[in-house]
Ligand binder design. Structure first.
Ligand code: SF4
Length: 334
């Protein structure tokens, strides 16, 4: 088995509030292989962006990484790097296309100046002329003309700005690209083209991608595996086929059934109940107040992660029960 390019073990990110710690990411485990495309989905506040930011150690106070381990390429312990080592790791080994990336460019600084400054800050070698040449190559690789380098971001369309952000993200050939809702503000045609560009470049680089978002259709087209987050926890992980054809967790089942379909005519089905408040989370399974399959002990007992034969996982007592029954039947439980 090849060693994972990125591994999260029991990652916990808490935000301190007057009412106590809010657990924005709580025990996240994730293994990413070289070149893999992984999707992180969930509703707002589920912890997906927090998880992505934690990988880059970009959680700002009052947030903090409260525990766990993040390992890059098998042996780099991200949480133990010095600030300087972390700065050099960002962009060159792990890059991010941030949420609202289009607004992350300074509108009054020319594209080339922003790209050169960013690349230099993160350790790109070479003189100005060499880096400028690299900027033009990068712009070309994302389908932009070299003259875009001389323009200001306010002169570019949303799609062009997004392409500049992708060019920056791949500028130092990172092993991992974190893309946080990279196309959310674009129309579907531009969105599709941008995702095709990202995919082509990611495959060329052999980089792994974590795509963060809530658009299940986009996920289905782009990623190999999906992780579903709820209340700061990864409640289900599996291949796209597994998740779409046979979702295990009741929350995933509701997410899938709420996707509109042209083939099937039916009433829209939403997810019942109110979104979770992490300030005042329920006891037991965090999803129990909304779960159609809730059992008596779901409100008192926290589910533990179950790994199925195929390697997919789910965090639900329905399967804890089945697992325990199987163990008893196999004679492996006293
Ligand atoms: Fe529903 Fe219980 Fe599973 Fe939670 S543990 S998702 S409440 S069945």
């Amino acid at each position: 088995m090849t060693r994972p390019v990125l591994q999260l073990e029991d990652l916990r990110v808490y935000y301190g509030t007057r009412q106590g710690d809010v657990k924005a990411a709580d025990g996240v485990n994730l293994t990413l292989s070289k070149g893999e495309r992984f999707g992180l989905v969930g509703e707002s506040g589920s912890g997906k962006t927090t998880t992505a930011l934690a990988i880059l150690r970009m959680i700002k106070p009052p947030g903090k990484i409260a525990g766990g381990r993040i390992t890059l390429d098998g042996d780099v312990d991200i949480l133990k790097l010095s600030d300087e080592e972390m700065r050099m790791t960002r962009l060159s080994r792990i890059a991010m296309i941030p949420q609202g990336a289009m607004n992350s460019l300074n509108p009054v600084v020319r594209v080339k100046d922003q790209m050169i400054l960013t690349m230099r800050t993160h350790g790109e070698p070479g003189n100005d002329h060499q880096i400028l040449q690299r900027v033009e190559e990068l712009l070309d690789s994302v389908g932009l003309q070299p003259n875009v380098a001389d323009l200001y971001p306010h002169e570019l369309s949303g799609g062009m700005k997004q392409r500049v952000c992708i060019a920056l993200a791949i500028s130092m050939s990172p092993q991992v690209i974190l893309a946080d809702e990279p196309t959310s503000a674009l129309d579907v045609v531009v969105q599709r083209r941008i995702m095709q560009t990202l995919r082509t470049l990611q495959e060329k680089l052999g980089a792994a991608v974590i795509l963060v978002g809530h658009d299940m259709g986009l996920m289905a087209q782009f990623v190999d595996r999906l992780g579903v987050m709820y209340g700061g926890k990864l409640v289900e992980v599996g291949t796209v086929e597994e998740i779409f054809n046979d979702p295990k967790h009741p929350y995933t089942q509701l997410l899938i059934s709420s996707i509109p379909s042209l083939d099937r005519k039916r009433d829209f089905q939403g997810i019942p109940g109110m979104p979770l408040s992490l300030h005042n989370p329920p006891t037991g399974c965090l999803f129990h107040p909304r779960c159609p399959h809730v059992m008596e002990h779901c409100s008192t007992q926290e589910p533990i992660e179950i790994t199925f034969d195929s390697g997919r996982t789910a965090l639900c007592l329905l399967y804890n029960e089945a697992h325990i029954d199987k163990e008893i039947a196999d004679g492996s439980t006293a």
